[in-house]
Design a protein around this ligand. Structure first.
Ligand SMILES: NC(=O)c1ccc[n+]([C@@H]2O[C@H](COP(=O)([O-])OP(=O)(O)OC[C@H]3O[C@@H](n4cnc5c(N)ncnc54)[C@H](OP(=O)(O)O)[C@@H]3O)[C@@H](O)[C@H]2O)c1
Length: 236
């Protein structure tokens, strides 16, 4: 049985990952989101695949919420095989970390907290369960915008947050306490979600299918890599 936890699973890439993983045989999914009561599409999937998807409340910026979800998962399985840190934000609008002259500590802090600190705290909370998993993997859903060599103008907060997420993945990959757990950071492509917008290149289904195939091919030799959805290794 594959035991998988996906954060931010109520919409976008996270929801599509849940949809595609639940179609596999012998899978147990922990689908976490901030507001399960409002996660209508996720609840519909849960009804369709009764017993296979466990919806759990988790706000990745809230340590108590992360701890409660971790203890709920520990109460139902002995180990976790795959953790997908998918939840994230992309601040939009003139006041939100876009360009110099419009930056604010609060906006920058929020995006850094959500996109880099949160996924690291989630990984910390689940690392014990991952040690009991089979071929355990941690997958960060980062962004090409987190590449320092590929930096471009604007989006200070988002670029900084994903670069910090990538660094967290690198350090996790080297951490003795994570030995045996393969950690990678990934770029899912430009995807037609609320975040990516309708003009993006990939549908959520295409991105999720490519990510799922990539995750299926991961080996311990991939530990610490920054990979594009199609498996190409990216520059930091
Ligand atoms: N779409 C793209 O083109 C693109 C490109 C590169 C990277 N990415 C990355 O891919 C991941 C998924 O993006 P997406 O396109 O699917 O975005 P999306 O449609 O905006 O969905 C974002 C998800 O993250 C959740 N989330 C945000 N803050 C959270 C928090 N504090 N706690 C728990 N959940 C939280 C949202 O939950 P709520 O519904 O509660 O807000 C939602 O489920 C993100 O990490 C994003 O940075 C996306």
């Amino acid at each position: 049985m594959q035991r998988i936890l996906i954060t931010g699973s109520n919409r976008g890439i996270g929801l599509e990952l849940v949809r595609q993983y639940v179609g596999e045989s012998d899978v147990r999914l922990f689908a976490t989101c901030r507001n399960p009561d409002k996660a209508q599409q996720l609840q519909e999937l849960t009804d369709l695949y009764a017993g296979l998807i466990h919806v759990l409340q988790m706000d990745i910026n809230d340590e108590d919420s992360i701890a409660a979800a971790a203890s709920a998962v520990a109460g139902s399985v002995e180990g976790l095989d795959l953790l997908i840190n998918n939840a994230g934000i992309y601040p939009k609008g003139a006041h939100q970390s876009w360009s110099i002259g419009k930056l604010s500590t609060a906006d920058l802090g929020e995006v850094l907290l959500t996109n880099s600190v949160g996924p690291l705290m989630v990984t910390q909370a689940f690392h014990g369960l991952l040690h009991n998993g089979e071929n355990p993997r941690v997958v960060m859903i980062s962004s090409g915008m987190g590449s320092i060599s590929g930096a471009s103008v604007g989006s200070y907060g988002y670029r900084m947050s994903k670069a910090a997420m990538n660094m967290a993945a690198r350090v996790l990959a080297l951490d003795g306490d994570m030995r045996g757990i393969t950690t990678v950071t990934t770029h899912p492509g430009w995807v037609q979600t609320d975040m990516g917008g309708p003009g993006a290149h990939l549908t959520p289904a295409d991105s999720a299918a490519a990510l799922k195939a990539l995750i299926g091919r991961l080996r311990s030799a991939d530990n610490g890599k920054f990979l594009r959805w199609d498996g190409i290794e990216l520059d930091w």
